[in-house]
Design a protein around this ligand. Structure first.
Ligand SMILES: Cc1cc2nc3c(=O)[nH]c(=O)nc-3n(C[C@H](O)[C@H](O)[C@H](O)COP(=O)(O)OP(=O)(O)OC[C@H]3O[C@@H](n4cnc5c(N)ncnc54)[C@H](O)[C@@H]3O)c2cc1C
Ligand code: FES
Length: 260
């Protein structure tokens, strides 16, 4: 679904920055005026000022919007120059953000619909805000979250506050041992839709499972991006209807449109 929502470029203020483990930070941003409406699955293009080699903005998912506190949360894995610079921000610093960009996940249309939200690694980020929306629609989100080890699991308390949480870790330190697609909940329970975000091999495996089980499935792609608004074509994905810009036509796609 493409949403024509007004976009903003704002200098948001860092209200807090929490190091969740040695790689991941949770950055909470606020503004003097109310934050604009944003949808789960949409993202922010962050201008990284304190990194001389990061010329282009970096796309980061909307992790959560706390409307009461007027806060936008970004969950960031520090993997390169730009994201390392983000992890070094301090409370009170400004972060220039262009948002909200892209489309969003399809929402439940009835409260009895069962949505399974499958995330891996930092790909769990957009699922927290999506869970909040599903809850708002009087439905209960079911999360299936995967990580390498227990210490790589992110924001578990926040996910548990919103719905039922199933976990897999590759080393078996928490939850079921293995990949998300090994979790018995997939065989045991009925789902109306699966929404997934994470490493591509994980999303491809989830899409294959959903296709076989006849369940509608959406995946949020993380192709490399530059402009974030459909102008540079660097993020294109081959689809059943030709090349589409992930930043503008996505990042969320019905997996049946993808050539996976
Ligand atoms: C729609 C969207 C939403 C995203 N949401 C989040 C999020 O919520 N949290 C988060 O931590 N990250 C997210 N990412 C990924 C994030 O944008 C990249 O990790 C970031 O741009 C890397 O910038 P850098 O300057 O730190 O790394 P660079 O120095 O540019 O690159 C470091 C390494 O990471 C690789 N890399 C760069 N961009 C990507 C990418 N998009 N996917 C995979 N590998 C990449 C490079 O090839 C290189 O090997 C998202 C990406 C997209 C497209
Ligand atoms: S990032 Fe420029 S077209 Fe998508």
């Amino acid at each position: 679904m493409i949403h024509q929502m007004k976009k903003f470029i704002k200098d948001l203020t860092v209200s807090s920055l929490e190091h969740l483990n040695d790689k991941h930070v949770l950055i909470k941003l606020t503004d003097s005026s109310p934050l604009p409406p944003m949808l789960p699955g949409q993202f922010v293009e962050v201008r990284v000022d304190k990194s001389s080699f990061t010329f282009l903005r970096r796309p980061i998912s909307i992790n959560y919007v706390d409307t009461e506190r007027n806060e936008l949360w970004l969950l960031v894995a520090a993997i390169g120059e730009g994201t390392h610079a983000m992890a070094c921000l301090n409370t009170g610093d400004k972060l220039n953000c262009m948002f909200p960009l892209g489309n969003g996940f399809s929402m439940p249309t009835a409260s009895d619909q069962r949505f399974l939200l499958v995330g891996g690694g930092v790909g769990v980020a957009p699922l927290l805000y999506f869970g909040k929306y599903i809850r708002k629609m009087k439905s209960e989100p079911i999360f299936l979250l995967g990580a390498r080890t227990g210490k790589d699991l992110l924001e578990m308390d926040a996910f548990r506050e919103l719905g039922t949480v199933h976990v897999t870790t590759e080393d078996g330190s928490v939850g079921e041992k293995g990949f998300v697609t090994d979790h018995p909940v997939l065989q045991r329970e009925h789902f109306d839709q699966i929404s997934t975000c994470g490493p591509k091999p994980m999303m491809v495996a989830v899409a294959k499972f959903a296709r076989k089980a006849g369940i509608r499935c959406e995946a949020s792609l993380e192709n490399m991006m530059a402009c974030g608004v459909g102008a540079c074509l660097c993020c294109v994905e081959k689809t059943t209807v030709g090349n589409l810009c992930v930043c503008k036509e996505g990042p969320v796609f019905d997996v049946n449109r993808l050539l996976w």
